[in-house]
Structure formats: C-alpha cells, structure tokens
Design a protein around this ligand. Structure first.
Ligand SMILES: Nc1ncnc2c1ncn2[C@@H]1O[C@H](COP(=O)(O)OP(=O)(O)O)[C@@H](O)[C@H]1O
Ligand SMILES: [Mg+2]
Length: 372
C-alpha cells in the first residue's frame, strides 16, 4: 500500500489543502484580532461592515479566517446568537450577478437561480435573514481578483439594501485578497464601511515555517521519519524559493515523503528533499552548472569536493569545520566567493551566520551529469 511505511494513517489527508490544523503558529494573534473584530461588530450597532485583510499567497489568510470564524460560531452558539456563516471563494465569479448568485445559493440552495437580477437576489438574502432573525458572517475569499475583473456595483448595492433594512439585518463581511481590497474603492462612503485588520500577513521566515512543519510532521509521519534538520532545510528553501509560503512548504514536505515512500524507505533523506525541490521548480539544472564550470575550472573542482562531503554524510547541513576536514578552505576568500556564487545560483544554501552549508537545487544523482 502506498505510504504504508512512512505515513501515519490519515497522514496524507493532514498534508492536503483542505485540512485545517488545530494550531496556527505565528498566526494566533491574527486569529484573535479577527475574532475580536467580528464579535465587536456583531455586538455593535452598525448593520453592515466589511473587515479587510490582505497578504501574499500562502501567508495563512484563508486558514486564519476559517479558524477565527469557527471561534465566532462557538461563541455565538454558547450565547444563543443566531448566525449564518459562509466562506466563499470568489475567484471564479465573473460578474456582480454570479457573485450574488453564489451568495444566495449558499444560503438557499433551492432558490431558482434564474429570473432574478443580482440586486433582487441580494434582497432575497436580506429577506431571509430578517425572517429567520439571523446575522450573517460572509467571507469572500480571493476577492481582489473578482474586483479587478469586473466594474462592480456590489458594495453600492449592498449599502443601499442594508439601509432599507436598517438594524433589523446585520451583515459582516470579511474580504480577503493578495492586494488590499479597500484601496480599490475610492468613494467617500468606503472609509466608514471598511475596517482594516492591523496585523499584517507577511511571508513566513525559515524559522516560522520550521515550527509549522514540525506540527505537520508529527501529525502525518511515523516517529523519526523526518529529522528536525530536514524540516529546517525545508524552511530555508521555502524562505528562499517559495516566497515564504506555507503552502509551498507543505507541498515540499508531502513530495519529499512520497519520494521516500516510493522507495520503501522509512525515513526521509536530504536526497528526497532535493528531488522534491527539483520537481516542484528547478532553480538550477545540470546544464546551467556546466556553463558555470566552463567559465571557471576551479569551481568544478570545488563542487566535486562538496559532492564527496555530502555523499559521505547523512546530514542535510554540513558545518564549516567538517568542510575544512575535507579540504574545503572555508576561510580562503576565493573559496568564500565561490560558495557565495553557488548560493546565488541555487546549488547551495550557504549560511555564514550558522557556519554551515547545504547542498540543494537538484538531487545528487542529477548533479553527476554536470561532470559528464
Ligand atoms: N500558521 C500556520 N500554521 C499551520 N498551517 C498553516 C499556517 N499558515 C498557513 N498554513 C497552511 O498553509 C496552507 C496555505 O495557507 P492559506 O491560509 O491557504 O494561505 P493564503 O490564503 O494566505 O494563500 C494551508 O494548507 C494552511 O493550512
Ligand atoms: Mg487563500
């Protein structure tokens, strides 16, 4: 059976996009801020409000909003506050009408989608909310791509309709985008309508990714299958080549685990990680390296030495001391320049502050081809 030796039962599921983890390292405060803001508006007097947050892909926006919304639902059920909650991805909504249709159908699956205008559908939503006495927490995800694709009247319609229902219907939107959605709307009413979250979603650092991945390793892999040093390597790769995206790091972990699993290995090795990295995106190829060698024969000799060091050891990172023992003069300025060049080319992770290097970019078995 696939993955039997290395993955836990259900382990693969916990590395999938739909899995929502128990804990969100580095995003606990963001979650709390979103929760507090939603509750504040829910219990406040304004009938309509849009909470806005943005940040790069993979910075945890969707999952953090989902966790905060779960928390809101729990809060409301404990206090008998009636709330509808929907999280919609609007990437494929192509007009105000399809957006209104998505929202309406999510609440009332049986309503005939045809024969109404977008505005009429929104009225139906407000009617439904008024009659059922429920508030509405509506998350519109990837909303910047919707707004950049259409000339939208959505907010204007929503504000007008909301005015008619006054405080009888309360709607709280959460708008998620890579870009700041509120900056796309210039009208004066917008300033009181939008509320920007204070904490920003930034790309994760190597250290932050390591903490996130350690949780996933524990959830998905058998004990001792993935060393902490490999997790840190994945963190470095994510920081350098994956734009600090947690999604990239989890894909890298999954692909590395599958490589080990296909080989029937009970442990993930550095080679499995390099293989996975090369398959996700080849930053450098054997042909690129040949070009570098043809300009600089000493570089060729240095890489040959490095290969020997890494073949003889199991660790992803090798300290400067070990390199010295293998004849790599890490204090020699011309060697340092070469190591920096190889770092820049994407064949090395050269880390002078930790006094160590890792071989990355492509699997060792491919690296041999640069010498053919
Ligand atoms: N702080 C975190 N802790 C645990 N998993 C995370 C964290 N941030 C992101 N993830 C995971 O990384 C992936 C991408 O996160 P997501 O929320 O979809 O990013 P975004 O919406 O910003 O593109 C998801 O699988 C998510 O569960
Ligand atoms: Mg998202």
């Amino acid at each position: 059976m696939l993955g039997k030796t290395i993955f836990k039962k259900d382990g693969l599921h916990r590395l999938s996009a739909s899995y929502i983890p128990e804990r969100l390292p580095s995003r606990e405060e963001h979650q709390l801020e979103i929760f507090n803001t939603v509750i504040g508006f829910l219990e406040g007097r304004l009938p309509l409000k849009a909470i806005v947050l943005n940040g790069p892909s993979g910075s945890g926006k969707t999952v953090t909003v989902k966790k905060a919304s779960e928390q809101v639902l729990k809060y409301c059920s404990q206090r008998n506050i009636k709330l509808e909650y929907r999280h919609l991805n609007t990437r494929f909504a192509s007009s105000d009408f399809t957006l209104a249709q998505m929202i309406t159908l999510s609440l009332m699956p049986n309503i005939p989608g045809r024969g109404y205008s977008g505005r009429e559908l929104l009225f139906t939503v407000f009617d439904y909310l008024e009659k059922s006495g429920r508030s509405f927490l509506l998350v519109l995800d990837d909303f910047d791509s919707f707004l950049s694709g259409v000339r939208s009247r959505f907010f204007t319609d929503l504000l007008k309709i909301s005015e008619e229902y006054e405080e009888r219907v309360k709607v709280i939107l959460i708008l998620i985008g890579i870009e700041d959605v509120s900056s796309k709307v210039k009208d004066s009413w917008a300033t009181s309508f939008f509320w920007r979250i204070g904490r920003s979603f930034k790309p994760y650092s190597a250290e932050e990714i390591s903490v996130i991945l350690k949780d996933r390793v524990e959830l998905s892999f058998n004990e001792n299958a993935v060393d902490d040093s490999l997790v840190y390597l994945m963190g470095r790769l994510t920081e350098r080549f994956g734009y600090g995206s947690a999604r990239y790091s989890i894909e890298l972990l999954l692909a590395s685990g599958l490589n080990a699993s296909y080989e029937g290995s009970a442990r993930v090795s550095s080679e499995h990680v390099r293989e996975a990295q090369y398959r996700i995106e080849s930053v450098i190829s054997p042909a690129d390296l040949k070009t570098v060698f043809s300009q600089d024969p000493e570089m060729r000799r240095l890489v040959e030495m490095l290969i020997r060091v890494f073949e003889s050891c199991d660790e992803p990172f090798v300290g400067f001391k070990t390199l010295e023992e293998h004849g790599v003069k890490t204090r020699d300025s011309s060697v340092v320049e070469k190591l920096k060049r190889l770092h820049f080319e994407g064949l090395l992770d050269y880390n002078p502050s930790r006094r160590e290097i890792a071989l990355i970019g492509m699997p060792l078995r491919l690296l041999q081809q640069a010498f053919d």
